[in-house]
Design a protein around this ligand. Structure first.
Ligand SMILES: Cc1ncc(COP(=O)(O)O)c(C=O)c1O
Length: 430
């Protein structure tokens, strides 16, 4: 029935209601990427990571300011041009048929996006909600959890401030106790990190907040082991995956978490204002929605979506961002991002006065790194990079980490990183 409706509309030359992604990929850049992708077929991702011919068209798929070098991709990613063009077209399309689109097409197309994100994340669509960002997704869980007075939650001093504040508010409102632990910057083993969480568990602990990739340093935590340990002790785990979705190559259920959230405007390169919330099916029922809803069944993920009128043109652009990402491939992207971080870190790690606040073992970090220079504050180093070299980074002044975060992206060239290396040598000499 649905198929014949689409066929009929197509014959009339009308859009079928399916999210339109194909035309965008006729651009020359993507044609070139497809061609090099073909050449790279069958090669290990770590080898392709070093093949500048492969990455050249990908770099050029993004527009960069000519005025400075952006090594602060940790905040959010720019969209590739083809994705931004698609967003503009989507906005135009909805502007032409405003309430018609909302009443007749929105539901179907948003469902398609949910299904695409679920397929990409390896989950069922009924465990996925599209939100505005990680902060919104995790506030749904942290403030909607059925806390009882005296319950305990474990957080770390390196978790993201918005989540720590959400927990602090939940602490006051629901009278729960928060236990803050420290995470080593250079762990000797996964077991050391798992033990740090395990030692903080008491019979009253209900939840652990676990940041998959710490934004301050880029350190990747062994979330699966943490989840398995926690579950064995009757504790649930909320995973803050702001930095890992479409950065690392994994499926959400592989992590064994109960709840997972990410921002799609970070490594998936979606338009700003898009996030994802995953809730394991059997946990949905007990979480209160942040925005009141009594219509959806309490075990339906849609109960979290009564958030009013939304920028749907932005939301359906997720389809285009996924298409761009998949043209490259998750594993290749992960290995390229890791290669870029290693490229500069390896060149500076033994320079006297230089400290790397990022563990360099393969599975402990990827694109994000952090560097400190003896005798310079993080703010001074950030200013030095920008004022003298026009390299834009961000100072990290956390109680556990002091340094400058450096985050390259797919558009970063090796020449950009060579300049960073010069800047670090210069700072260390100063
Ligand atoms: C670890 C972590 N969690 C959560 C967030 C919040 O992301 P958003 O501002 O997109 O909600 C960030 C942002 O950088 C982050 O690094």
């Amino acid at each position: 029935m649905e198929q014949s409706r689409r066929y009929f509309l197509k014959k009339l030359g009308l859009a079928t209601g399916a999210v339109a992604v194909t035309t965008v990929f006729t651009s020359q850049v993507m044609a070139a990427t497809r061609k090099v992708s073909k050449n790279a077929e069958g090669l290990p991702a770590a080898e392709v990571a070093r093949d500048e011919d492969f990455w050249y068209p990908v770099q050029n798929a993004y527009s960069q300011s000519p005025h400075f070098i952006n090594l602060e991709a940790g905040y959010f990613s720019p969209q590739p041009n083809v994705v931004m063009e698609a967003q503009l077209r989507n906005i135009e399309m909805i502007n032409e048929q405003p309430s018609f689109y909302m009443r007749r097409r929105q539901r179907e197309e948003r469902q398609e996006i949910r299904e695409m994100v679920a397929a990409f994340g390896g989950t069922s669509p009924d465990e996925i909600s599209i939100t505005r960002n990680t902060t919104e997704s995790l506030n749904v869980i942290i403030l909607g959890y059925p806390w009882q007075p005296g319950d305990e939650a474990i957080i770390t001093e390196q978790d993201y401030p918005n989540m720590l504040e959400a927990f602090a508010q939940a602490g006051k409102r629901y009278k729960i106790k928060l236990t803050e632990i420290a995470i080593p910057l250079h762990p000797k083993s996964d077991a050391e990190i798992v033990a740090a969480y395990e030692n903080a568990i008491t019979p009253r602990t209900k939840v652990i907040l676990c940041t998959h990739m710490i934004n301050l340093t880029g350190q990747i935590l062994p979330v699966r082991q943490i989840c398995d340990m926690a579950h064995a002790m009757g504790v649930e785990v909320i995973i803050d995956g702001a930095h890992t979705f479409a950065h690392l190559d994994f499926k959400i259920p592989d992590l064994h978490g109960d709840y997972y959230a990410a921002s799609l405007h970070k490594w998936l390169c979606c338009p700003l204002g898009l996030g994802v919330l995953y809730i394991k099916r059997n946990k949905i029922d007990k979480i209160w929605p942040l925005f009141g809803d009594t219509r959806a069944p309490t075990n339906s993920i849609t109960k979290f979506e009564r958030t009013g009128t939304q920028p749907v043109g932005t939301i359906i652009t997720v389809a285009n961002a996924l298409k761009f990402h998949n043209a490259i491939g998750s594993k290749r992207k992960e290995e390229r991002l890791r290669y870029l971080k290693n490229y500069w870190c390896e060149k500076v790690k033994d320079i006297p006065g230089v400290t790397l606040n990022v563990p360099l073992e393969h599975d402990r970090s990827c694109a994000i790194g952090n560097v400190a220079i003896e005798g310079m504050t993080p703010d001074e180093l950030e200013a030095f990079f920008y004022d003298k070299y026009r390299i834009f980074t961000v100072a990290i002044n956390n109680k556990a980490v002091k340094g400058v975060r450096v985050t390259p992206h797919l558009y970063t060239t090796l020449e950009n990183l060579d300049l960073l290396v010069d800047a670090i040598k210069d700072a260390a000499d100063a």
